[in-house]
Design a protein. Structure first.
Length: 114
């Protein structure tokens, strides 16, 4: 698990109930990928222990990243520190995507921890 240095809030609304959780500096996260999807896990230890997982297939993840780019372009500018972190992460993703291509005949697999 990597430490969460900022904060995430998760809410799931069902017709008869809502689940809500906050994951902050005393929480952690990990990401795992396979050939079809990415899994994000947020975990909060202790007496109020909780875990949230989301599995996203790559087309949906690509749509989310594109929507994020559009939303950031339409929003007021974010501060330099947050912008620099996002830019570094986007550059790392771009570098990996350009470098790593599937080998012939290898189209699927199980989730591997990153």
């Amino acid at each position: 698990m990597r430490p969460i240095v900022d904060k995430a809030e998760v809410a799931i609304d069902f017709p008869d109930k809502t689940y809500y959780g906050t994951f902050s500096r005393d929480s952690g996260f990990d990401v795992a990928c396979d050939a079809e999807r990415v899994r994000l896990r947020l975990s909060h230890p202790g007496t109020d222990q909780r875990t949230a997982e989301i599995h996203l297939h790559y087309y949906l993840l690509a749509d989310i990243v594109a929507a994020l780019a559009q939303a950031l372009g339409e929003a007021p500018p974010i501060d330099d520190a947050h912008r620099a972190e996002l830019q570094t992460a986007a550059e790392a993703l771009q570098k990996v995507l350009k470098k790593r291509r599937p080998k012939a005949g290898h189209g699927s697999g199980t989730i591997q921890h990153a």
